[in-house]
Structure formats: C-alpha cells, structure tokens
Ligand binder design. Sequence first.
Ligand SMILES: Cc1cc2nc3c(=O)[nH]c(=O)nc-3n(C[C@H](O)[C@H](O)[C@H](O)COP(=O)(O)OP(=O)(O)OC[C@H]3O[C@@H](n4cnc5c(N)ncnc54)[C@H](O)[C@@H]3O)c2cc1C
Length: 429
Amino acid sequence: MENYPDSYYAENASFLKGTYSQIVDDQECDICIVGGGFSGLSTAIEAAKKGLKVIVLEQHLFGWGASGRNGGQIWNDVSWGIEVIEKKYDISLAKRIWNISQAAVDLIDDRIKEFNISCDKKNGGINAATSLAKLKEYEKNMKYKMKTYNYNKLEALDKQSVEKEIGSSLYYGGILDYGAGHLHPLKYALGLVKAAASLNVSLYERSAVTEINHSGINVEVLTSQGKVKAKKIAVCCNAYIKGLNIGIENRIMPCATYIVCTEPLNSNLQKEILPNDYCVSDTNFDLNYYRLSENKRMIFGGAVGYSLKMVESLKLRTKKQLDRVYPSLKDMKVDYIWGGLIALTMNRVPDIGMINDKVFYAHGFSGHGVAFTGIAGKIIAENMIGEKTKELEAFEKIKHRNFPGGRLFRMPLLVTISSMQRMMDIFNV
Ligand SMILES: Cc1cc2nc3c(=O)[nH]c(=O)nc-3n(C[C@H](O)[C@H](O)[C@H](O)COP(=O)(O)OP(=O)(O)OC[C@H]3O[C@@H](n4cnc5c(N)ncnc54)[C@H](O)[C@@H]3O)c2cc1C
C-alpha cells in the first residue's frame, strides 16, 4: 500500500487520511483538477462551492507533494519580495499582487474556521538578518512597506530582542511580522481534502495523469486505468509536473529542499528557544526556515539543491546549518529528515494563468506557497466559472520566461549562480 514519504508530519497525521480509490473507469465532469496539493484542493473547493461537478486526480496520495512536507510557514508577499514587481512593472501592479498575497494569508484562517480544520496554527514570524547590511536593508524595507502598502503588522527587533525571541546569538536583528504564522501542513492538506469531500468533490488517488488532450470541445484527461472528459481543467502539479507537456514546464525549475526534525526539546531548551512560538526565516541565500512543532520538536529547513541526487550532502548541510544557528541542539537526536521539491520561476513570482479557455494552471510558488497556493486555486476556480477577474489579469501582466538552457542545462546554470551566492553568505556580504 502506498504511503507518504517518511517525515514527522506523515508519522503524526496520516491517520487523518480518508480512503480514496484509483480511477478505473470513464467519467465526465465540469472541472477536472490534476494534482492533489494545496493548489489543486483549493481550486476544487472553490469550484464545488459554485455547484459544479469536480474531479481531482492525484498520482500518489493527497498532500503527498510539497504541500504535505513543507516548513509550514505562512508569509504574505512573493518569494523575492514585492519590489521585484515594482521595479520591473509598476507600483499599481505591485499593490494588486500584494493585496492578493494578503488575502492568501487571510484565506487560511477562513478555511480553518469554515471547515473546522485542526492543524496547530500559530501566529507570528521573524525575518532574521545574518549581517548588518541585511538588517539595514530589512529595516528600510519595513518602513517602506508600512508607508506604501499600509502594512502595519511589522516590528523591528534589535540584536538583543531577536536573540531573546529566537534563542540564537547568530543574528544582527530582525523584523517580527505579526501577520505571519505556521501550521502543520499535512494536517491542513488533509483538512482541505475532507472539506472537498464534504462538498461532493470526487477524489481519486494513485491516478497519475499521463496525457491531456485539449484540442476538442472538451478536455480529455487520460490515466492508465480511466479517463475523464471535462469541460475545463486545472493543472496544479507544481514541481512534480514532469512529462505532462502542456507547455508550461520549462517556466519552472524543480529544486530540492530538506528538513531535519529533532526529538522534542527539554523544558530548559523550550524556555530559551522560540519562547513565543514564532517561526523564523533568515536571510541566508540558502534560506534557513525553522519553527517548533506543536510538541516542541525543532523543524529546521535549509539547503536548496539544484540536483535531486545530492540527497546526502544536502541533509548534512541542513544539519550543519541547524548546529550553526543553535549550538545547544548539536547533540540532540534527529528523529526525521525528509526532502521535497519546490518550483522556482525566473522572477520568483507565482505563475498563474490559462493556456486557453479550457486549460488553467498555477505553479512556480518558489518556496513561498503555503499561503499563495490557496488564493491561486480560488483565482483559477473563479476564472473557470465566470468572466476574467482582475486578479487573473494582474498575474497575466507578469511575464514568465523559460529557464535558459532548457530541460537539460537549466540546472547546471543555476548551480553556478547559487554557489556564488553561497560564497557571499559565508563572507557576510
Ligand atoms: C521541504 C519544503 C519546505 C517548504 N517550506 C515552505 C514554507 O515553510 N512556507 C511556504 O510558503 N512554502 C514552503 N514550501 C513550498 C510549498 O510547500 C509549495 O509552494 C506548495 O505546497 C505547492 O503546493 P501545490 O499544490 O502547488 O504543489 P504540491 O503540493 O507539490 O502538489 C502537486 C501534486 O501534483 C501531483 N501530480 C504531479 N503530476 C501529476 C500527474 N501527472 N497526475 C496526477 N497528479 C500529479 C503530485 O503528486 C503532487 O501531490 C516548501 C516546500 C518544500 C518541498
């Protein structure tokens, strides 16, 4: 029987999973969704709420992809910051995307409430600066966001305060964002599955889509055992899309990132480390992201690799980073280590859109998708059902280029760039 990849989350939440069969016959529906992560499930919930007949096909288990294995951190904004859009486009488009990212964060709370999802959600997150230069940049950015985007949930922390909040002396200061937060991602994903089931969505697992044919009036979605005829489809496969060939795959680059999870902290360490239960994301190029689980394990993510074969070295690098941030945890037992794929876009802005009036997609959350995937699904569903919304129009203005080097050479090129960035981190520049 297929199971989730080994992780603390799977160990501690897979009992919440329902039983969903493989598709073995031919079916018809209004909306077919490929991919059963946050994006696909969110699209399904919104489409079903409008009374449409919806089918979701997931190649493994619901929440098997990044959605069931991530750091669980909830942040607004896009991965490299809204400034990317301001610089390349204009302030009005940046404000529209910013508001969408804010709505994405709110949507998580709405869904938890509406569907009574128990997923250990906590509020507050810290962006911690690993150099003085980065701290100055953060502080400048904070003032700008408060003024330009009216975002008033931020507070600057000096070195002493950040040390008190995080329990590590590594940082020069940071910004506390009261609007950020964290949750248990697999519990949340399985809560969304239950919500979709309650809205009569037909849910299939172990049903890999092998081909999508959209040249006729309807869309034909093929799997090895069964087939779906749908009026419209949403492709929500993110980094795991390999081989579907609908023309969007080269706009993303799958990258591996790893998480180590320690045994529960003892009561002395609990008082020192993250006493207010905030999550942390720091300014390393190989961003470290960490938080405590509901039973006080350290869940620490780091090391991004551009080769999926670097497993052992990435695991070691992640543990080394944990020891650097928290020397006091050096001898703690690591109970779980797992990895997953994120999908980067060239500009680190999600790629949400439509190929034609029957085929929609959302991917490329660039490691920043816990919140954004939910709103992406909502945007897709609204546009599948009615007229084009201003939210989709905003995303259509952002042009996504293919990664240079195509499928074969895009990875080596990024390895070179990231190695240079890593050197800059080591020398704190
Ligand atoms: C280790 C890790 C840590 C992360 N930490 C954070 C974090 O702390 N905060 C944050 O905001 N983001 C984080 N992310 C990113 C975040 O998890 C993703 O952006 C988000 O989960 C993407 O959701 P999704 O539904 O688009 O994709 P996924 O959850 O990856 O789901 C895609 C699904 O599509 C299925 N699929 C693919 N091809 C087919 C096919 N042919 N037929 C049927 N099904 C198919 C896959 O099996 C998969 O289940 C992290 C990611 C990883 C891997």
